[in-house]
Design a protein around this ligand. Structure first.
Ligand SMILES: [Zn+2]
Length: 294
């Protein structure tokens, strides 16, 4: 049946499967902070190519750059600024680079779920999706010693099964959806779930501005200085509104010599403001769940 032939129950049912419920934006953040800052790095590495079939050695070498140069440069930047962050890691990338994950944890950051091999959830059969997320959680726990409490779905692709699986996994937050600027509670089939959504946006994602494909017209059209300007304006407005500034970056995208300043300058800009709380996604989700929505 074509979409224009659906009855109301059908299109309403699709929209209501997973919805934004009440806002979980607190009146003030931890210790009276005015704004919360959640920096995240999706350590996809070679899985971006593997999930598409792993045909290109060249593209996989770009993934390896993420491990060899990107993550170390980012960790150094975070250490110099003394701020925590969250790294979302596909299980296969964690298996390729277990030492990287252990270093991330040892330096005080969080690791969250990011699929098995960066598979696209809506293309995976429902029973298979469940198995992959559970296997990924077991794998990350085995490598780091810590069971992940949050998920960013690969490519922010969210199936009709995903939220159910996240709840079964006992996660406290998801960070893949886009219905708000600030944290909110996810509602499934009309029922509040207690699951915190820490919303993402392509506007606050480095890959959108920097990705390139040799064989298509896709090029980085936005210079790094303009990307920094967009991110700063997103933060500035979050600060005025007392909200959350959540940023997604990728080690194999932003870890380059000509781009790492975006992260460095952004953190410096944010730290020039009074009352900013830098925290992991897990800490922000817990705080929002306990203090938000009053
Ligand atoms: Zn990813």
């Amino acid at each position: 049946m074509e979409p224009w032939e659906w009855d109301e129950a059908t299109w309403r049912g699709k929209v209501n499967k997973v919805r934004a419920g009440r806002s979980l934006k607190p009146k003030a953040w931890k210790d009276g902070a005015r704004c919360a800052v959640a920096l995240s790095f999706d350590s996809d590495h070679e899985t971006n190519e593997l999930r598409d079939g792993g045909q290109s050695i060249g593209r996989m070498s770009q993934g390896q750059y993420g491990n060899r140069m990107g993550v170390p440069r980012i960790l150094e930047t975070l250490k110099n600024a003394d701020v925590p962050a969250t790294f979302f890691v596909p299980a296969v990338a964690a298996l390729l680079y277990p030492d990287e994950q252990r270093r991330v944890i040892a330096e005080g950051h969080e690791i969250g779920l990011h699929g098995w091999i960066h598979e696209v959830n809506t293309k995976v059969p429902a029973d298979k999706e469940r198995e992959l997320h559970f296997r990924a959680a077991d794998t990350l726990e085995k490598i780091t010693g810590i069971r992940p409490v949050g998920m960013r779905t690969p490519s922010w692709d969210f199936s009709y099964e995903t939220l159910k699986i996240e709840r079964e996994l006992g996660l406290i937050y998801d960070s893949s959806l886009m219905a708000d600027d600030d944290p909110y509670e996810l509602v499934e089939d009309g029922e509040p779930t207690g699951m915190v959504e820490l919303p993402v946006e392509w506007i606050r994602d480095d890959a959108v501005y920097f990705n390139m494909n040799r064989f298509t017209a896709l090029r980085p059209y936005t210079p790094p200085t303009s990307v920094l300007d967009i991110f700063k304006r997103e933060f500035d407005r979050a600060y005025i509104e007392g909200g959350l500034f959540l940023l997604t970056m990728h080690p194999h995208v932003s870890g380059y010599r000509s781009r790492i300043f975006v992260l460095e300058d952004l953190i410096r800009h944010i730290q020039g403001h009074e009352g900013v709380w830098f925290a992991t996604h897990a800490d922000i989700a817990r705080f929002a769940r306990e203090n938000g929505g009053e």
